[in-house]
Design a protein around this ligand. Sequence first.
Ligand code: SF4
Ligand code: SF4
Length: 370
Amino acid sequence: MDENKISDSSQSLPVVNNDGYFEIRLESIGGLGANLCGKLLGELGAVYLGLNSASFSSYGSEKRGSPVKAYIRWSEAHREIRVNSPVTEPHILGLFHEAMAGKLPVTAGVTEQTKVVINTDAAPEQMRERLKLHAGELYCVDALKIAMESKSRVNMVMLGAIVRACGFIPMEPVRALVTDTLGKKYPGLLDANLEGLRRGYEDVVMEHFAPDGAFSAVPYKEPQTEWGYANAPIGGVNTRFGSTVSNDLSPSREGYIPLFIQDKCINCGLCDSTCPDMVFQFKPGIYKGREAMVNSGLDYHHCKGCLRCVDVCPTNALVAGLEREHPKREWAVRNKDLIVAHMEFEETGANSWVTSEAYLDEKRVDGGMV
Ligand code: SF4
Ligand code: SF4
């Protein structure tokens, strides 16, 4: 047996709940790899740490940009895991994108014992304010930047930071886990993934916050969905296709955005038919002296950064750029008494005011906002 795999039952957990479990919950957005990170943590417990282990994920359409949760439960070898429900009061909470702060109840169930690990470039004090974190230890790691520098993925960096926050796991079995699993499947990426893992472990910064009355604890509630078995449309047909105003996909980008260079565009429409999220807006205009549907640009609010449009553009009118190199500007529009905040990039050649305005008028209101 691999020397990094613990075969005896000597591994103990430093803290457990009343059922004898050490529990981890990951909150993420499809595309950042939280599902895989959860599976790796499950395997780490069972195969490399000599623990009993269970892990499962909860997600909807497996679409990049949709909410994802992963749950991991560990117990010592003498105690079987008989619970298969979501983790409500985690010992470790992993937040894969800071944009989830304030939008979703991601800190639900956090107690004074919880260690919260978040992907952010902000310091713990700033992040505590944004999360309205009641208490606990807050670990901040710039996983996106590290992933880009090390050419790995956000989930590898988060895995390293989460392992560090656990406080009782040495790095050797974690390196062995990544080598044995991802290394076999993607050998060419192994060094990059190990580097991302190491940087996540070493670069994470921690601050402890005791409850001081500034923010209240958020109780855990079962997630509510608009549709269930009792009221879903016949045949399960979703009539609300396309993007809606509220569908902010920007958190699922992994550091890159498509940049639009209008002078090079021949208005072929390939980007529009390729984009899975209706980010492009074509409107009537003049091209080469004739009336045509003209590409007006992108609405980055709905762009998840997959860069498929860059791949298909025949004239290089779309090129990949680093998101952090482009200043952002926030603006808001009023639509039927709802204020809708949007964000656009300056100096990208796109005019997302036009695109968003047109969508608001034509499509998105239809798509579920009102
Ligand atoms: S694929 Fe390129 S050239 Fe064609 S419409 Fe889109 S941006 Fe313009
Ligand atoms: S990167 Fe391009 S194809 Fe992907 S969501 Fe954004 S605009 Fe659409």
